[in-house]
Design a protein around this ligand. Structure first.
Ligand code: 5AD
Ligand code: FES
Length: 347
């Protein structure tokens, strides 16, 4: 196994079967070796800097019906909310004062947010905070729409491919959605000039190791700037209620593998990772992740943006989470980077 880890570190690629072997068979005894290799790779590129992005979950209305997602259209028990432009700007102002220089606007595919409305929000943020970057994460839209949003000042876009295998994609989504359409959006975004983030869930229902290998290979084709992965976490009000959660160990292993394959990528230690284990995000950093995205949404809506159960930072402590996370990062031996955190992509 160590030979495979060394080869991946050196070459950044492995044949399909070897990659599958590494994911499936690495022993507990070899995990520290994998994590050390990943951490050293991150350190050689980023030092001990961790990048932060302020996450604003601005609407939980969604026209999609993804089987795994707690805010899917058919969940009639989800209490819906939508922030106004003024509320979004207030979140940014608060985030700015806390030191954030990137705002990630994430939402369901909410038809209320037409291009005109969303462009207005993006331009207003750029005008209020010219030294900040705006990242959008609002799902599949037309090329024209992506272009307008880019021109309004959004420079980055997050859209997980979810699973690269079309058949597996079909088991997680209704027939109106397809892996091909999703992937086409990602290539569109790149062609327009966005810095692009993609990613997938670990341990989603029916997922096989071969699916994960397909995910890694898709990412090699896409060459995104950011790769977000987290464990699948079940939600009672979905068709997947009662399915098993994804595993912490497998997620960490994949973060490390991604770091070796993509030394320059931004790899967030995600909220889902922090939800599945109290120290999940720190463990993610120690497996080679280098980004955290604390929640800047108003505290009263955080619990409503429930993609999955028991999401962290939704309780009484929510407002203090950011300071607490910063301390946790520092006590894990890292330092929070200042500025927009643009990371130059290798070409
Ligand atoms: N568990 C974990 N992650 C989820 N996501 C959606 N639903 C779940 C869930 N139940 C992820 C998807 C989506 C991102 C915003 O959150 O990958 O792209
Ligand atoms: Fe649209 Fe989850 S189904 S955000």
């Amino acid at each position: 196994m160590r030979g495979l880890i060394d080869a991946l570190r050196r070459e950044r690629v492995l044949p399909r079967a070897e990659l599958a072997g590494l994911i499936r068979e690495i022993s507990d005894g070899d995990m520290p070796y994998l994590f050390d290799a990943a951490r050293e790779t991150a350190r050689s590129r980023f030092g001990n800097r961790i990048y932060t992005r302020g996450l604003i979950e601005f609407t939980n209305y969604c026209r999609c019906d993804c089987y795994y997602c707690g805010i899917r259209r058919s969940n009639s028990r989800a209490e819906r909310y939508r922030l106004t432009q003024a509320q979004i700007l207030a979140c940014c102002a608060e985030g700015y004062a806390l030191g954030f220089r990137t705002f990630v606007l994430q939402g369901g595919e909410d038809p209320y947010f037409t291009d005109d409305r969303l462009c207005a929000v993006v331009s207003a943020i750029r005008k209020n905070h010219p030294d900040c970057a705006v990242t959008l994460s609002v799902g599949e839209r037309s090329h024209e729409s992506y272009k307008r949003l880019f021109e309004a000042g959004a420079e980055r876009y997050l859209l997980r491919h979810e699973t690269a295998d079309p058949a597996h994609y079909g088991r997680l989504h209704p027939a109106s959605l397809s892996a091909a359409a999703r992937q086409a959006c990602l290539f569109d975004l790149k062609a327009i000039g966005y810095q692009v983030g993609s990613g997938f869930m670990v341990g989603s229902p029916y997922q096989t190791v071969e699916n994960l290998v397909a995910d890694l290979r898709f990412l090699q084709r896409l060459r995104p700037d950011m790769i977000g992965i987290g464990p699948y976490i079940t939600h009672a009000e979905t068709p997947f209620a009662g399915q098993k959660n994804g595993s912490l160990a497998l997620t960490l292993r994949l973060i490390a593998v991604l770091r070796l394959m993509f030394p320059h990528a931004l790899l967030p230690a995600t909220t889902a990772l922090g939800t599945i284990h109290p120290e999940g995000r720190e463990m993610g950093l120690k497996a080679g992740a280098n980004v955290v995205m604390p929640n800047l949404s108003p505290t009263d809506v955080r619990a409503l943006y429930a993609l999955y159960e028991n999401k962290i930072c939704t309780g009484e402590e929510a407002a203090q989470c950011i300071g607490c996370l910063r301390r946790r990062i520092e006590s894990a031996g890292y330092r929070v980077a200042v500025g927009r955190g643009d990371v130059k992509r290798e070409s």
